[in-house]
Design a protein around this ligand. Sequence first.
Ligand code: UD1
Ligand code: CA
Length: 488
Amino acid sequence: MSWRLLHTAILCERTRLAEFQTLGRTSVIKLQRVLPIMSIALIILAAGKGTRMKSDLPKVLHEIAGAPMLVHAMKSGATLEPEKTIVVAGHGAEHVSKASAGYDETAEVVLQTEQLGTAHAVGQAKDTLAGFAGDALVLYGDTPFISPETLSRMIDARAGHDVIVLGFEAADPGRYGRLLMQGDSLSKIVEFKDATDEERAITLCNSGVICAKSDVLFDLIDAVGNDNASGEYYLTDIVEIAQQKGLSATSVTCDESETLGVNSRVQLAEADAIFQTKARHALMESGVTLHAPDTVYLSHDTHIGPDTIVEPNVVFGPAVTIENGAHIRAFSHLEGCHVSRGAVVGPYARLRPGAELAEFTKVGNFVEIKNAVIDENAKVNHLTYVGDAHVGARANIGAGTVTCNYDGVMKHHTEIGADSFIGSGTLLVAPVSVGSNAMTGSGSVITQSVPDDALAIGRARQANKPGLAVKLFDMLKKKKLDKQKGEA
Ligand code: UD1
Ligand code: CA
């Protein structure tokens, strides 16, 4: 096969992989490899403190759409199916390690105890990558939006050059490093602090993302010094060093929106807003109706099927899957749950982790569901808490029902049978079960299991006292009058 053909085939495969990236890591479909692809190692820089965040949390752990920025960067890099992923941690390394493992437990974390510059940071991955024959791609943990497609183009550009730098045309180049191009060739990156006025006029800027053959990258880094305006070891210096060694460098460019880095809470909010706009558009394009898109908050992994309607002011926390043709009504809050076809949720419903709604279920206003399976066509319509429970098909849970799942120490299960009817205001003291076709009387406190087909009433018997209400009213009115006289 000619190089051209091989190259095209690789490109196609990477694009297909990129398309699956938005589905989240767990659903990334591992495509059968037909052709060998150059193996890749990701090096993700995440050692910085992020002083301007004014936070105890390391910068890369601040979240966009429910996932740390670090995870967004890892997720993007993961579409290249890297053989190794190395996270360079420093400030809050323990927490960074945990977040990294939470997304990819095979990712290795190396420590940079002192932040001496980006070249020094990448250098910390040298031992881990000793003997690795593929390409190394450097990403920043605080730059969450580099698209899989852009990364693929960088890898593809390696066919013609030794070092690839991701650049972008900056509307306001500010303090970014500037790319000095000579035709197709990148001759040098100059940091803002070290740049001449003429160089500062250049608008093609460095995103920080760099790719080179792993052993070449570390050779170049070994030659980097810190004799510059910041006294730091600049990764950007490897470009000029590569030229001196007779290697070639070039830049691949992407849209500035992808290279957006986060340095402050304001920028974090801006980045989140950019993510939300994109994700809402993608949902609508895929067939989901959003009545007031700007008021719907999505997570990085929200999945909603076509023909589902989402009303205004709905929050999707992490790990929510909604099937086709569901209806999520206004002011509902969902996280860690699964809603099946045709179900109706809200308004003002709260679905917490482990809520599993089968087809055509109804969960209405001021209802909270946690760690509970609601079978098809069951209804939980008003003012109810269902936690650690199973509700059978077609059951009707009356207003104000509470599964009393917690005894102060442990959680217990409630089982509610198919076709049962739970009267309003029933307290189900778990562990307890109600059989199928069974009923509970309104206001019952159910502490013993109810057999199939039975009616359970667990409340004090009512007693009517004739004429006693009028006497009571008179007595109370007199008391009030006496009190007012006393105060006068
Ligand atoms: C860097 C680039 C600059 C580019 C800009 C894009 C260098 C010398 N400069 O500048 O050309 O335009 O990014 O945003 O590379 N980090 C470590 N350890 C360190 C130093 C940095 O892990 O010792 C991490 C930081 O946490 C951050 C990233 O590397 O995620 C970039 O470092 P930062 O100090 O923000 O670089 P810039 O000065 O912005
Ligand atoms: Ca920066």
